[in-house]
Ligand binder design. Sequence first.
Ligand code: ADP
Ligand code: MG
Length: 161
Amino acid sequence: VVTVYLGLGSNIGDRKDTLCKAIVMISGKIGSITNISSLYESEAWGYESKNKFLNAVIAVETSLFPDEILSEIKGMEIMLGREEKGKDGYEDRPIDIDILFYDKFVFETDILTVPHPHLEKRKFVLAPLAEIAPDFMHPILHKNIKELNEACKDEIQFFEG
Ligand code: ADP
Ligand code: MG
């Protein structure tokens, strides 16, 4: 059994409800949820959108392999109303679930890169992660989440409600 950290985001529809549904699905399909961050609200990252994201990070104890987790995640994204990705990169979505870390493992295949690339630039990942795993060491950067979060100066807000 290993701990996998998943990043969740939603910026259209009933965002909070969708995140809750995703968490229920994850606990049924991927493993026991051992920690859930607060909710954060952030501007769309990497593209322009009037719809802000609601983000959270969870820790899950799983016996699945990374590729199995990815296919479960993709199934959940579709069930929660996500449509086929356009070719223009980032876009609005009711749900995005990303594998941030799979324990301390580092690997890269055609379909999966872990740790998730560029997470050290994304406050919407680092701020919630710093709540639940401040001492977790990034296996490539060799800095812990607390340090990475303090170094990342993007804007982020707690979500109340
Ligand atoms: P993004 O999250 O970058 O906006 P998508 O959610 O549509 O885009 O993901 C596109 C593809 O990224 C997925 O189909 C998956 O194969 C790939 N991918 C690579 N690494 C990861 C990861 N660590 N977690 C989730 N998806 C990943
Ligand atoms: Mg994704």
